[in-house]
Design a protein around this ligand. Sequence first.
Ligand code: S3P
Length: 438
Amino acid sequence: MKLEVKPASPLRGECTLPGDKSLSHRAALLAALAEGESRIENFLQAGVTKAMLRALGGLGVVWRLEGGSLIVEGEGPSRLHPPKQALDCGNSATTLRLLAGALAGANVRCVLDGSEGLRSRPMGRIVKPLREMGVPLKAAPGDVAPIQLVARREGTSLRALAIDLPVASAQVKSALLLAGLGAEGTMDLREPGPSRDHTERLLASMGVEIVTEAQAHRVRLKPPDSPLRPLRLRLPGDISSGAFLIVAALIVPGSDLILRDVGLNPTRVGLLDVLRKMGARMDILAQTEEHGEPKGDLRVRASELQGLQVDGPVVVRMIDEFPIFAVAAAMAEGQTVVAEAAELRHKESNRISALCRELRSIGVAIEEMHDGFVIDGGRRLRGGVHVQSHGDHRLAMALMVAGLAAEESVVVGGVETIEESFPEFADILRQLGAEVTD
Ligand code: S3P
């Protein structure tokens, strides 16, 4: 499927965003581990979270959708059934990695599998530490999916880990914390950077003793003696989806946009921090908190941007935002350098090379580096081309936004992948005044 995006007139108005993807995954899974009925409002209904729900159904978890809410009848980890078939995690690495940890902790036999794309994502990062905890598991050669969790022998238990993790990854950290719920002793994890901490915040709100030292990127979890309390919450809009609209409003002259109720967790707002340094006019109009998660209304106005250097701890706080950040950098005056971001090569596509290839064809002066890219910004974007999503939802949306600022229209192929995280994207763009056609 393809979509054509025409150079845009100003984007104006306000919108609310679908629920946060990371929080939706975690809330669904944790609700299944809790005892009692959980109600999660503004649950993201998209490809990746459907994969999580499908997998939970395969484990015997009873859930239903009522309008925008997910209701889960949690019965605790001991009531999860070993599924008869492999659990299909689709394209969702979060589903696979979080389930691997949770099901290891709950000692559920299963096979975790997914699409060809998912089978090429690195799983050694969870396989190795889970094995260290005593989880009997098998992975396909090269430590990739399918991953098989074999039942533990009677009388054996999991050992808690005290470990320095080699990559800052919320999926790895969360998988280990979830496994730690069923281990003996206190898990003590340190990361090289500040990965998103939604699992920690939700677990704390469900009654688990969990201590985070944000400065040291350290978290300790004590396995609970009593069942997890069910969840009752409304999820904030996904800042990572909002990022596409934020950059669109910044680069299309005359735009003025308000995003309502968007998540503002400090481990997720690296893009906002960097854009502000570049000169972006963005104001938080109101800020509140629910289940420990800050959220607020954000106003964004078209702005003159300046290029800069991005590296260090902010990289993980904006890890999903680099495709759209590159579009902002292309429109900024001067040079932008992204470094220490080699993790981008392990996402839904190799985001460094795919991004460089597609943006170059639109007219961006971008050079690939082993751990990032360099953009000479402020040149005109020619457009008038057909570009490809590489099966990557975030690349597809970033290229569409680039089309809004180009001189001629841009056709983006493979846009069906947008359904993985933000099915409403094209409709919202249209509502705000953009011309997007099939
Ligand atoms: C996610 C963590 C990040 C992110 C992904 C969602 C999560 O992945 O890129 O979109 O929900 O934990 P990594 O943990 O692999 O960095």
